[in-house]
Design a protein around this ligand. Structure first.
Ligand code: SF4
Length: 532
């Protein structure tokens, strides 16, 4: 049997320390661990920020597998350098969204194998061929890149995993959840579907000048035709690489999702996010699903999935919160909201607006319209949900006019009942249509206008929590307020910090007493903390 594998979760680590999404556990590293377990190979997951300072621990492992995004390149470089220093032998595998720029990553990081795109089937074949122990003919394995005589070699593309394989051949590790610090308090992402249904494309030129030639495939009634672009423009919103990398949506069976969630809850997880680029694509339409707005959501499949999850004892007793995030506004109707309200105690649908300009929205390849987003927020609010609305500053095509329209639209969605505005700076992702476009900067004039507006709205929204009691779960000591503990909302609500030390997983109720920033409130514990 092969030796122990250290799986390093570098997702969102940037240059080595996660500053955002600290309460999130993504599904990629557990999916990788599931393939090692399938082959009877022992593995352990560690966050990169825990491993980098504890070098000696590396000696316990024989091989390294790193999961990372493009933004994490510096952290991964540090990690692999450290590994090579302590362990001259043993394989180094690297995968995740970082692999979208293979030539650069091979040159900069020099892993033994870079796994491109979906990792499970590729890793399965590598382990089948005994790659950890022997030299194998890497050129014959699809979906990887490696250095051959110091030159990048990229093998043939691997076919996407089928719906059946996603449900039956591969299964994410649940036992390795215990490797994460404070996992009991974290949002644990469970993948319910992979890929995105938006096969529209941007009308702006790519960085190399390639331009849409108006062949009309993007609007074809034939769903297979929408996949083909004669100009090879990546599908989807220009800033996003999901449909280009992961293809159109493939849903996991409710049985497979249910057993994964059940095992995680039995290990003490309290917060589960049903991960999907678009939740309402779950079991929607026929394959390939390339129209983001038609047909409507498959309500019976959604009802069945949520109903079965709700019947798990920890959920029905109210000690676990199951949540959903991303939803496309054009699919979010009254019927959808009604179904979700029946099946979920509370929820915060995340709705992408990106820009307040309808013209700009269409030009970047996004589906729907700003009015769709306002309507979706109103529908959500009418059903007691707390929708978050996402925008991006620094996008290609941003002007004084689109900025003004975005400010107006932030106010409209706020009035319509948005709980929070989440504003991101544009990052140029390899594999997306806007790859190699200049990135946003904090100094951008339009970005500053948008940030100020978002901050004003978010502060007002936080003030609405003053004197309210919010149920939360203790996570970790505060890094900014000495002697305080960070408390994540168990259901919906703000990030909180309270005086005193509480161990991870402690359930408590907090009365909010003051707003510290647009993203953080403080308060006092008002009941006996309990462990579940
Ligand atoms: S498939 Fe390509 S060329 Fe045809 S309309 Fe869409 S972006 Fe334009």
């Amino acid at each position: 049997m092969s030796g122990r594998v250290l799986i390093v979760d570098a997702l969102s680590a940037g240059s080595g320390q996660r500053t955002s999404s600290r309460d999130s556990i993504g599904c990629g590293p557990r999916a990788v661990a599931g393939v090692f377990e399938k082959h009877g190979i022992q593995c352990t997951i560690r966050r990169v920020d825990e491993v980098l300072p504890k070098r000696g621990a590396l000696k316990r492992f024989d091989h390294l597998a790193v999961s990372a995004m493009t933004m994490d390149q510096v952290a991964v470089q540090k990690m692999v350098k450290l590994w090579r220093h302590f362990r001259q032998q043993g394989r180094v595998l690297l995968g995740g969204p970082i692999a979208a720029d293979p030539e650069n990553i091979l040159k900069q990081i020099r892993p033994d194998v870079l796994v491109i795109g979906e990792g499970e089937a590729t890793l399965d074949e590598l382990l089948e061929s005994n790659f950890l122990e022997e030299d194998v003919a890497l050129a014959d394995i699809h979906g990887i890149a490696f250095l051959e005589s110091d030159k990048p070699r990229i093998t043939n593309k691997r076919d996407l995993i089928s719906t059946e394989e996603l449900s039956e051949r591969f299964y994410p590790s649940t036992s390795r959840i215990i490797d994460y610090n404070a996992y009991q308090a974290c949002k644990v992402y469970v993948e319910i579907l992979r890929g995105c249904s938006n096969f529209r494309r941007t009308k702006y030129p790519l960085a190399d000048g390639t331009l849409c030639s108006e062949c009309s495939n993007c609007d074809s009634e034939d769903s297979s035709k929408r996949i083909e672009c004669p100009e090879d423009i990546p599908p989807g919103c220009g800033f996003c690489s999901v449909p280009g990398t992961w293809g159109s949506p493939r849903s996991r069976s409710a049985d497979s999702i249910l057993s994964e969630v059940k095992e995680l809850l039995d290990l003490g997880v309290h917060r589960v996010i049903l991960e999907a680029p678009g939740f309402l694509d779950y079991m929607r339409g026929t394959t390939p699903l390339t129209n983001p707005c038609h047909p409507p959501a498959n309500l019976s499949a959604i009802e069945d999935l949520l109903g079965r999850l709700n019947s798990l004892p920890q959920v029905s007793e109210g000690n676990v919160h199951i949540a959903i995030e991303n939803m496309k506004a054009c699919l979010f109707t009254d019927e959808v909201a009604e179904t979700m309200k029946k099946s979920m105690r509370s929820s915060s649908p995340n709705i992408g607006l990106e820009t307040g300009s309808e013209y700009h929205m269409r030009q970047i390849g996004k589906c729907g319209s700003p009015e769709d987003v306002v309507r979706a927020v109103k529908v959500a609010k009418a059903h007691d949900m707390k929708p978050f609305v996402y925008l991006i500053y620094g996008l290609p095509g941003e002007t004084a006019e689109t900025t003004e329209q975005s400010v107006q639209m932030m106010r409209s969605v706020s009035e319509a009942g948005a709980e929070r505005i989440i504003l991101y700076g544009f990052r140029s992702l390899p594999g997306s249509a806007f790859a190699k476009y200049p990135e946003s900067s904090l100094k951008d004039e339009f970005g500053q206008i948008l940030r100020t507006e978002a901050e004003t709205i978010n502060l007002q929204k936080k003030e609405q929590y003053l004197e309210k009691v919010v149920r939360g779960i203790a996570a970790e000591p505060s890094r900014t307020h000495h002697g305080f503990t960070m408390i994540y909302p168990l259901e919906e609500g703000p990030l909180m910090t309270v005086p005193g030390g509480f161990s991870a997983g402690t359930l408590l109720s907090v009365k909010v007493t003051s707003v510290l920033s647009s993203g953080l409130v403080t308060g006092e514990v008002v009941d006996e903390p309990s462990h579940d």
